[in-house]
Write a protein that binds this ligand. Structure first.
Ligand code: CMC
Length: 393
């Protein structure tokens, strides 16, 4: 195996050619299908961005209307899926529930199991997944409260519908606050794709075996759950709370993050590809101030976050290693202001990343990519003689 190049963590290995997302880590640039993330976050909507990522172009009005109509036809879940929700203990982590629920969709969508799916089968599978995901996610939240599920309403837009199913009681009375809808829409756009990150390459590699779409996406959700990936948004808020309750001494926590004998990391900092500001973090930081202000919320952990960021950006340890805030550093503060509990944050990341995962799975199939199968450098023992059980010590 001497001819095999070892690249732990795939730091320098390109695994595919892709025309979906461009990321320049040195300059801090992010584009979806050639459009700057800053423009999309400001001028587009999540559903438009979903279409853009999956089908390659910004949809015309007719394409948008048709996309929304198709989605609205598939937002309901099979009634039997409710039994899954009943079976989970009330405190089951939302990400664990999400993996299982999304994976179970294949059981309710027989066409997804067709070994040679037609273009229509694939398109239907994509629409179904995009349509059902908000319902699945809202019902996880409702289940955690022991409250009745709220059914999707086809007259509402994608994000409005999600907010209504999640916080229906409030929204029925006072209407859905456009500030809240816009804030979530923007966050979902910013999370929609990020080229070959851990969860996306998982979706591609699982899909490369010919595995169906819901199961491939479910694998991506599992990969996203970890605290080094999407789970960082939950970990950031837990860290900020801890620092606040510990007296708010940011210097002490910065020193802990630098200490190589301490497993503590500054969560929401650092990135495999960005060696400059993560453009998503820039947008989210600005949005954070605006949204909290508009909602009249004064969250003390925002001050702690800013103090930490300031301290880190002026500390040689972080400067030398080019560690900057990433997308997860400020997003949780917004989710919290919108009313979501901390353990729902990574599920919201998954809701946003769904179109990216789908686009990448579709591209992998269309490119007819071979099965993903990395090699290894074997370092174990060789040529050992079998020892009968009685002779083993
Ligand atoms: N706090 C303290 N030190 C850090 C941090 C951090 N957050 N991130 C990296 N370092 C150090 C690391 O210890 C290493 O130091 P040294 O060169 O002395 O060994 C150096 O910086 C390079 O880091 P690395 O771990 O080799 O980099 P990586 O590309 O393998 O890992 C990362 C990238 C994002 C997993 C890592 O920066 C990290 O664990 N960050 C905290 C978790 C986090 O915020 N994850 C979200 C990632 S972005 C969005 C997403 O995917 O969800």
């Amino acid at each position: 195996t001497s001819y095999i190049t070892l690249d732990s963590g795939f730091k320098n290995t390109g695994c595919t050619k892709s025309a979906i997302t461009f990321l320049d880590g040195e300059q801090g640039l992010l584009n979806y299908r050639g459009y700057a993330i800053e423009d999309l976050a400001e001028k587009s909507t999540f559903i438009e961005v979903a279409y853009l990522l999956i089908y390659g172009n910004l949809p015309t009005q007719a394409e948008t209307d048709n996309f929304k109509l198709q989605i609205s036809k598939h937002t309901l879940l099979h009634e039997d899926m409710k039994k899954f929700y009943d079976a989970f203990p009330p405190k089951a982590h939302p990400m664990g529930q999400l993996c299982s629920l999304v994976s179970s969709l294949s059981a309710f969508s027989p066409e997804s199991l067709n070994p040679n799916p037609s273009k229509e089968d694939i398109d239907l599978g994509i629409i179904k997944l995009i349509a059902k995901m908000p319902t699945i996610v809202s019902w996880i939240y409702k289940g955690s409260l022991g409250e009745p599920f709220i059914y999707p309403k086809s007259k509402l837009d994608y994000v409005e519908n999600f907010m209504n199913m999640t916080f229906g009681q409030v929204t029925e009375e006072i209407g859905i606050d456009p500030v809240v809808v816009d804030a979530l829409d923007k966050l979902l756009i910013l999370h929609a794709d990020h080229e070959q990150n851990c969860s996306t390459s998982t979706v591609r590699i699982v899909g490369s075996s010919g595995c169906n779409l819901p199961a491939s996406i479910s694998a991506g959700i599992s990969a996203l759950w970890g605290p080094l990936h999407g789970g960082a948004n939950q970990a950031v808020i837990e860290m900020l709370e801890l620092i606040k309750n510990d007296g708010g001494d940011t210097e002490k926590w910065i020193n802990k993050a630098k200490d190589k004998n301490d497993p503590f990391l500054l969560m929401g900092f650092g990135h495999r590809v960005y060696k400059n500001f993560d453009p998503r973090a820039n947008i989210i930081k600005k949005a954070c101030d605006k949204i909290l202000d508009k909602l009249g919320i004064n969250d003390p952990i925002l001050e702690i976050a800013k103090k930490l960021e300031d301290a880190a950006l002026n500390d040689p340890y972080f400067v030398e290693r080019k560690l900057y805030p990433n997308v997860d550093f400020y997003s949780g503060i917004i989710y919290r202001a919108l009313g979501f509990p901390t353990d729902m944050f990574t599920v919201l990341f998954a809701l946003g990343r769904l179109p990216g995962w789908i686009a990448q799975w579709k591209e992998m199939r269309e490119n007819k990519e071979p099965i993903g199968r990395p090699r290894q450098v074997y370092v174990g023992e060789v040529n050992k003689h079998f020892v009968a059980i009685a002779d083993r010590v």
